[in-house]
Design a protein around this ligand. Sequence first.
Ligand SMILES: [Zn+2]
Length: 517
Amino acid sequence: MLSKYETSRNNEVLLKAKYECSQCTDECCKIAKKPNYITEFLDENEAYIFISKDVENYYDFLHVVDSIILAKRRNYQIDIQSFANNKLTIEEVLRAFVLRDAFHNAKLYSAKEKIKDENNIQISLFLEDKSYFEFVNELSVIANAINGARNLQITPPNIATSEYIAKEIEKEFANVKSLKVTVLTKEEIKKLGMGLLLAVNAGSSYEPRCVVIEYNGNPNSNEKYVFVGKGITFDTGGYNTKGYHMEGMKFDMSGSVICAYAVKALAELNAKTNVAAVMMLTDNAIDTHGTVPESVIKSMSGKTVEITDTDAEGRLVLADGLYYGATKLNASILIDAATLTGTMLTALGQTYSGIYATSCKIWHQFEDAAKIAHEKVWRMPLHEDFNKTNKESLVADLNNYSNNEKSDCNTAAMFLKEFTNNVPYIHCDVAGTADKKGMGLGILVSTFVEFGKSQQRNCESCECDEQKCETKNCNIEESTTKIVKAKKSTAKKATTKKTTTRKTASKTKSTKSKARK
Ligand SMILES: [Zn+2]
């Protein structure tokens, strides 16, 4: 259920914000001074929520919004204007309410006999200013796209197989006229020479699928952003099996649905942009036909890969997907989304998505999109040093994993870059941010939508972009030097800690499999 936008008062209780202030005493207002506590004055058909002065930005504010939605106390009409202040714009207040309301009230897959009692309590958004109507409508489209991705994320892997996801996408996206959906079957995948996708699929009971979703909203432009998504519907690790720890491996397809639903939203918004999504779908299973470690496989690009670890399968399917996007769809920028590496989870936790970009210009473009979407992203380094261990194989051009590599997330990024055919490239590792506590989050759908919309602004002659790069002073080489310097200064401190770290490493051996998603 999506929140209603109303420009006049309805009959429900009007919920207003009361921010904590220095003069805030019991005399000045008769409301309870407890963070997020709602005091109701039913005679006046009004209520106030007390908001602590610690709420300083959008992310803090989300907790306030969650508390209102999850309390499910009664139908409130939210006085949007009262929530906006010098730290929060009206757009941010609207975004928080629309997206969180949609998030908490989403109808997602469930096989429970009884679905929790719905008490049908709804909030509506009250704002006299009509000019935000289109903005709220846009937020609703994005919220729907996020929930579409979340629904497939959470669907169990015995149902959401490669064949099932392809069919569902084809069926659901057929409603959007401006979208062209092509489902490539195993035969077509073979003809294209996507050897790496086939190698990952070799042990599966299901055929691989490559779903291509195209939206050309700006036919006069040669620009085309291609989103490539990792779609491992379940990751056992293959012969390099993960052992006991496989909870959450159904979410290894998250990247593919992030890409697909971002394109769907852009089409529904009639955005003036050309975008496509390539979903690389298969599970990573084991049987007698499963690819054994040390197999050498030819990729679509022609480069050969020694599969030194069958659990580093994400970069294999993406490699063929990226090359397809570069050569068959003529991408002007390639962007991928993948739950790719355990080391990314170690580096950025569940807070930031790790982003790699081949130039400053496209990084800023992406960062700006993430800022509009209010999603946390952190730039990571692309550097040839991280590519060395990708080239250790004695029998093939590349190997997909090396025990000599400690920062596998960076190495994986360099591995993928090998297949981009030198097209400007952004890699998004969402290993830590795609899901939380068994729930799919639809992360980056919103950022990808904003990035798609930014295509028009990304003209070559645009001076502001160059200026911005200069002022931010952060080209790749430079940021890498900073990292190296920082590492050196902390190196001494680290040596003392090293022994203890080693010990914990051996203890966590059972979860080591997670290092290669
Ligand atoms: Zn894996």
